[in-house]
Design a protein around this ligand. Structure first.
Ligand SMILES: Cc1cc2nc3c(=O)[nH]c(=O)nc-3n(C[C@H](O)[C@H](O)[C@H](O)COP(=O)(O)OP(=O)(O)OC[C@H]3O[C@@H](n4cnc5c(N)ncnc54)[C@H](O)[C@@H]3O)c2cc1C
Ligand code: SF4
Ligand code: SF4
Ligand code: SF4
Length: 418
């Protein structure tokens, strides 16, 4: 069988399978549940297109003199912002894109069975399906081919996905299109679809048929929102659990269920081939004097002039420019470095089929008892008893420490080009 790229380097971007002229490459789940290309040898004509298009084989770094510009961004429409993963920057852009440019928007959505796949929207009413992060690898399906079809028909296209999916698309297209805008996410990895589906099976065995999954559900308290996993059931019951308690969230944040390549991701650079990079910002108030972050903020990094213009033109979004190096450090490092592979990862996947899902989470990531200090801080903050300026001073010190103590490797500042 032809080997397109070593398995541990494959991101599952599916550029090879979409490019194959004989359509003889299928994306098939392995035992961990991640999709990998499998070639139907009898139909293969050895044209070499699959190897040529594989973005993993093309990466080389180029340095630029300056870092890209960064902004803290949120949607002026408060409900849209609450319904989004962070500040709703992507959603604001997507509305603008459809309204002003009659464009087509691509992103990750839930299927009926709550598996996650890439699809597109042509109307504002459809855009809600892309909102919020789906903490699982999205099946890209044949979206690169569809993007090309729309571009060839003269349409504007806004494509969003993980950096490896954007690189996959760019490599598949093989040339620049003026009307294509790409937005990539900062991500520390994508968990296995099999693990996510086991979680949903477990939840459904406990509470019945699932109506809606809301990862990064925002439960508003007086002064801030609490983020967690939310699931609505057909029975009318609404489950909500903090990230520190929900079994899937503990596994996701433990980083044990990520795709192997994510532990040595080739795309962790500040400059990228997309037009805009979006990620979380947990300390916006410490960068913008007098600002209170109640509903979430998106960090947006402008990777191209075109991306920058789109962001600045979008009147639905509020933007504050911030120093890129500082905000990248405060973001937590996933922009410029990969997370470490947990030592027990193999054991985790061995036990996946044998253990009940909550036992699995408890075994690998038992719920941690919250420290007294943190309980008191949360209580004072939620009840409004903690004076704002004390909270602000505490957070400001934390931010200053992050900026002082973290370093961005020189090579991660460079542009990774195809
Ligand atoms: C698996 C994963 C891990 C992440 N890890 C980090 C991190 O470590 N640090 C960080 O700063 N930010 C991380 N993010 C990004 C962050 O969660 C937000 O998506 C980002 O801040 C944009 O927020 P928003 O409110 O502007 O997005 P919204 O307006 O809510 O739009 C959501 C966007 O995310 C896309 N999306 C959702 N799920 C997926 C998926 N599974 N695959 C591809 N695209 C998807 C949608 O297509 C849409 O473009 C991660 C996102 C994902 C999906
Ligand atoms: S060599 Fe050509 S025909 Fe064979 S799998 Fe690769 S792209 Fe398809
Ligand atoms: S093109 Fe993408 S899916 Fe195919 S081998 Fe390369 S990384 Fe894997
Ligand atoms: S960490 Fe890298 S390889 Fe993994 S999903 Fe994100 S961009 Fe792709």
């Amino acid at each position: 069988m032809i080997q397109i790229v070593e398995k541990e380097l494959c991101t599952g971007c599916a550029a090879c399978s979409q490019k194959c002229p004989k359509k003889c490459i299928s994306m098939v789940p392995d035992k961990e549940g991640f999709l990998y290309p499998v070639v139907e040898k009898s139909s293969c004509i050895n044209c070499g297109m699959c190897e040529k298009v594989c973005p993993v084989k093309k990466i080389h770094a180029v340095q630029k003199n300056e870092l890209p510009n960064s902004y803290l961004v949120y949607d002026k429409d408060t409900q849209r912002r609450i319904d989004s993963a962070a500040g709703g920057a992507f959603t604001g852009l997507a509305y603008y894109f459809i309204r002003k440019l009659n464009g087509v928007v691509f992103g990750a959505a839930y299927a009926e069975d709550f598996s996650v796949y890439h699809t597109y929207a042509e109307t504002e009413d459809e855009l809600h399906k892309f909102q919020k992060s789906k903490y699982v690898q999205s099946d890209i399906k044949d979206c690169y081919e569809k993007v090309k079809d729309f571009l060839d028909a003269g349409r504007y296209v806004l494509f969003s996905g993980t950096a490896c999916q954007v690189y996959g698309l760019k490599s598949y297209l093989g040339k620049e299109y003026v009307k294509l805008y790409c937005v990539d996410l900062i991500c520390y990895g994508v968990p296995s679809p099999k693990v996510f589906s086991k979680y949903l099976e477990y939840m459904s065995s406990k509470y019945g048929a699932i109506k809606n999954v809301i990862v990064r559900d925002k439960q508003l308290k007086r002064n801030r929102y609490q983020m967690g996993y939310g699931i609505e059931f057909n029975s009318g019951y609404k489950y909500f659990s903090k990230h520190s308690v929900d079994p899937m969230a503990r596994i996701f944040y433990g980083k044990i269920a990520s795709r192997p390549v994510c532990y040595e991701c080739p795309y962790k650079t500040l400059w990228r081939v997309s037009d805009l990079t979006v990620g979380d910002c947990w300390y916006g108030s410490e960068f913008i004097p007098g600002f209170t972050d109640k509903y979430g903020i998106t960090l947006v990094i402008c990777q191209s002039d075109k991306g920058s213009r789109l962001l600045l033109e979008c009147a639905d979004l509020v933007k504050y420019e911030v120093p890129t190096e500082d905000i990248a450090k405060v973001n937590g490092g996933m922009l410029y470095s990969s997370c470490e592979k947990p030592k027990k990862r193999e054991e985790f996947f061995d036990k996946l089929d044998k253990y009940d899902f909550s036992e699995l989470a408890d075994y690998f990531y038992p719920v941690q008892k919250e420290s007294k200090k943190s309980i008191i801080r949360s209580f004072l903050s939620d009840s409004g008893l903690l004076p704002g300026f004390i909270n602000h001073l505490y957070r400001k010190k934390k931010v200053e420490k992050m900026i002082r103590s973290r370093n961005i490797p020189e090579e991660a500042k460079g542009l990774t080009e195809l």
